[in-house]
Design a protein around this ligand. Structure first.
Ligand SMILES: *Cc1c(COP(=O)(O)O)cnc(C)c1O
Length: 836
């Protein structure tokens, strides 16, 4: 491995910046300062009198991007001849987070940048805070894709992330009168210094129309797709610099454009407005990211988005393969590992078949063999409503050729099923790519049939996949199924966001932990040292002060950093059970109101997360949290030991402040519903203790941390299934638990809503009558476990020991470990170092 920090920086450091060469590449403070000054003039074009920190942010970002450019070109050049295999990660979402701080760490030039900015009279932290968030994802799945790009680069694997350049990312969330209000996220309004537009790299995207049979010159019957509409995808590339290495990979995001010739055509006939219209419609395709958990609406455009980015990506891959590397199509699976991040890109299976058969004249069997050997599929959910299906009517109208291909794939596949399980027509119906009512295409089945490997994202989830949603497929192809437990990047979620802990780690175990997170184990040797534990607590305290400041600025609520920070941040969803945490707060409130003088170890309950705009129950849960917060925070009998905060607009940028400040991590989903979770890992790495169910990666977190360092509660997945099979009776829990009854009564009688008994009634009704997520079944177990949490918290040293053990044993949850597993077990891709 070549360490980028070794070579040029030491030479340049302290020396005069010199001519343009070093202004573009020098890693020392002087060269950086000269580069920023240069960009302020030549890129930002503002005289000193009008410069703002935002201008400095853009100038510094451009200077940092310059410093990645040579490595970026060298990396691409290095793999472009396909002497080795390349990973392509297809994902409808990449939740990258702010780039500047992360790139400074990757290049090893934070201190140089800080010094350079100081010389220019600027504070690097203020500059970093100017960066907005490219919100091109909903939550965990998009963030996972971003962590994987970081690890692929750090591990020197040649890789390209392919996705969509949404013009508007996930909405930004404001809270008004306790309710979520959505504001459009115009993240490109001030430009994006990290991307480079490549308008010359574009591909045609067809849509609608019909197919026609014809006979080609060799006399073979072929099919041609005659589209109703044509648009194109233009690539915008962003560098992904690996930490401490020369590898700088690429994130390619496609942006939709009208095809000029079409516009021109209309223009010639005098129909200028139709041409403009065409452009507007075409560009709509990459306009906006769809929030998760939305009911039906807007389906057609979402299908178009998926097809749009998939066809551009596959055409790009084939273009490189055939025209840059001059490889035969037969070598496709040896040169490319294409991973489908959930079912969103699963149309890729049919699209690659179409490209190989219709455009490149391969025979069916050859094309199918190449397709299956090229794709891997990662499943991210067991929730049936989240498994993608398309109504045949919409699908056939939009992608007529793909529907034909899917029918053919299905016919051949079902023949295989019949051969393997003779006479089992029920199984055939269950496994079909077309739903049993004949109304929809099942995209998860298409992805499974068209991939050589199918993996879940945590041990429990992968087991449940095999025994539930993909059971039949597992029985047919057991060797196709595997597990890769998710991970998170320690560069962003430790080094960048927790600089205090980073310094302590460097001092205690040396800096190697950043690329080998198992080294954290070395911390255990210091657990017995009181001075070490004191430093440990001091760092956490400082992180809590930093978060408290931000909370105060954004909500007006004051938090005491000596209190326990009990945190649940993630998308708002009934299965994640933010309302269970709210019930606990209300129980404590109830105790404080009915037992004057009661002592409860003081806690700040901190929530954050967005609800899908059309998910009414989730939005009402936000209202519940804010209503309880308003009441609790204003009541002197209660606010002496309880505070409740709903932090607006949780995103990667605010995540940097939240995870390092938590004492307690809430991972309280109904067992069997959370595929993995990654927030749970970010908390653990930063020394929070977890209260959680045996769900997703919590199971492995508890295994690693040791059961005695984890607060377990709740039904297991089997017990959940059993309760549901026998008919869940939530009222029985209310009847047998007077405190729970009192808690629900407080909500119902309007205690938190100024006497309004209607606003929160749907939540109570739901919990008591038809809650599929068994909140009341786990209530008592949860609240009792929380009492133990409070007890342990009072023993400061015991808590510190547990906290240190959690960090020390979190190494497994590095995305580096996950990517190494993908490379070894699924992709067959090794490291390829990049010479400069
Ligand atoms: C990690 C992360 C998530 C995922 O959180 P879970 O607790 O795993 O659901 C969502 N949003 C952001 C901004 C994150 O950083």
């Amino acid at each position: 491995m070549t360490d980028v920090r070794d070579a040029p920086s030491s030479q340049v450091n302290g020396a005069a910046a010199g001519p343009t060469g070093q202004t573009r590449t020098g890693l020392g403070a002087d060269a950086l300062r000269a580069a920023v000054t240069d960009h302020l003039v030549y890129s930002i074009a503002r005289p000193p009198a009008v410069l703002t920190p935002e201008h400095y942010y853009r100038a510094l970002s451009l200077a940092v991007r310059d410093r990645m450019q040579k490595r970026w070109m060298a990396t691409t050049q290095n793999w472009l001849d396909l002497s080795a295999k390349v990973v392509c990660y297809l994902s409808a979402e990449f939740l990258m987070g702010p780039q500047l701080g992360n790139n400074l760490i990757a290049l090893g030039i934070e201190e140089q940048a800080r010094a350079a900015m100081a010389e220019l009279g600027q504070d690097l932290d203020v500059i970093l805070a100017c960066e907005g968030e490219p919100g091109l994802g909903n939550g965990g799945l998009g963030r996972l894709a971003a962590c994987y790009l970081d690890s692929l680069a750090a591990l020197e694997r040649p890789a390209v992330g392919y996705g969509i350049r949404y013009e508007f990312g996930i909405f930004s969330q404001e809270i008004s009168d306790g309710w979520q209000v959505e504001k459009t996220d115009n993240w490109l309004a001030h430009g994006n210094p990290w991307e480079i537009a490549k308008p010359d790299a574009s591909y045609q995207v067809n849509w609608g129309g019909h197919t026609e049979g014809y006979t080609d010159v060799t006399g073979r019957r072929r099919v041609r797709w005659v589209p109703q509409r044509v648009l194109k995808g233009v690539s915008y590339d962003t560098p992904v610099q690996g930490y401490g290495v020369n590898t700088c990979n690429t994130l390619t995001l496609w942006s939709a454009r009208a095809v000029e010739s079409f516009a021109l055509d209309a223009f010639n006939t005098g129909d200028f407005y139709r041409a403009v219209d065409e452009e507007v419609i075409s560009e709509t395709v990459s306009k906006v990211l769809y929030p998760n958990d939305e009911p039906e609406a807007g389906k057609r455009l979402r299908l178009l988005q998926q097809y749009f980015f998939v066809t551009c990506s596959l055409q790009d891959i084939l273009d490189i393969h055939l025209h840059r590397a001059h490889r035969p199509l037969a070598a496709l699976p040896d040169k490319w590992a294409i991973q489908l991040n959930d079912t969103h890109p699963s149309i890729a299976v049919a699209e690659l078949m179409r490209l190989l058969i219709d455009e490149h004249q391969l025979e069916w069997n050859t094309a199918w063999d190449l397709t299956v050997r090229t794709f891997g599929y990662t499943n991210h959910t067991l929730l049936p409503e989240a498994l993608e299906t398309w109504p045949l009517s919409i699908f056939g109208e939009a992608l007529p050729r793909h529907l034909e291909l899917i029918y053919e794939i299905n016919a051949r596949f079902l023949d295989e099923v019949r051969a393997a399980f003779p006479g089992d027509e029920d199984r055939v119906r269950r496994m079909s790519l077309i739903s049993e009512d004949g109304q929809t295409v099942r995209m998860a089945h298409l992805a499974t049939v068209g991939s050589h490997t199918v993996n879940g994202v945590a041990a429990l989830h992968s087991e449940l996949l095999k025994s539930s949603v993909l059971k039949d497929f597992h029985e047919m192809w057991p060797q196709r199924f595997g597990n890769v437990t998710n991970g998170v990047t320690p560069r962003r979620f430790l080094a960048l966001s927790n600089p205090g802990l980073r310094e302590l780690l460097d001092d205690t175990i040396g800096p190697g932990w950043m690329t080998n997170l198992d080294r954290l184990k070395g911390l255990e040797a210091s657990i017995g040292d009181p001075e070490f534990r004191r430093r440990w607590r001091e760092i956490k305290r400082a992180n809590k002060s930093r978060l408290a400041e931000y909370v105060h600025a954004s909500t007006g609520i004051e938090l005491d950093p000596t209190w326990m920070f009990d945190v649940q941040v993630k998308r708002i969803h009934e299965y994640k059970r933010q309302h269970l945490m709210a019930l606990h707060i209300i129980a404590l409130y109830h105790r404080l109101k009915t037992e004057p003088g009661l002592v409860i170890p003081p806690r700040a309950f901190i929530f954050g997360g967005k609800a899908a705009p059309g998910y009414h129950m989730a939005k009402r849960i936000i209202k519940l949290i804010n209503a309880v917060g308003e009441t609790v925070n204003a009541d002197p009998e209660v606010n002496r030991c309880l505070k409740v905060v709903f932090l607006p607009n949780f995103n990667v940028k605010t995540a940097h402040l939240v995870y390092p400040a938590a004492n307690l991590s809430e991972q309280i989903s109904t067992a069997g519903k959370e595929a993995s979770g990654t927030g749970n890992m970010k908390f653990m790495i930063n020394g929070a203790l977890t209260i959680g169910t045996l769900d997703g990666a919590n199971v492995e977190i508890r295994q690693e941390a040791g059961a005695e360092n984890f607060f377990l509660f709740g039904l297991t997945e089997e017990q959940v299934a059993e309760v549901q099979a026998n008919g869940y009776r939530p009222l029985s829990h209310v009847e047998s638990d007077p405190e729970l009854a009192a808690v629900l009564e407080l909500i119902a009688r309007g205690e938190f809503t100024r006497g309004d008994t209607e606003v929160l009634r749907p939540i109570v009704d739901n919990l008591v009558h038809h809650d599929p997520f068994l909140v009341l079944a786990d209530y008592r177990s949860y609240v009792d476990r929380q009492a133990e949490v409070s007890k342990v918290w009072l023993d400061r040293d015991a808590w510190s020991r547990m906290s240190i053990r959690n960090t020390a044993r979190s190494g497994r949850f590095s995305s580096d470990r996950a990517i190494q597993e993908y490379c070894a077990q699924i992709w067959g891709v090794g490291p390829m170092s990049v010479p400069l």
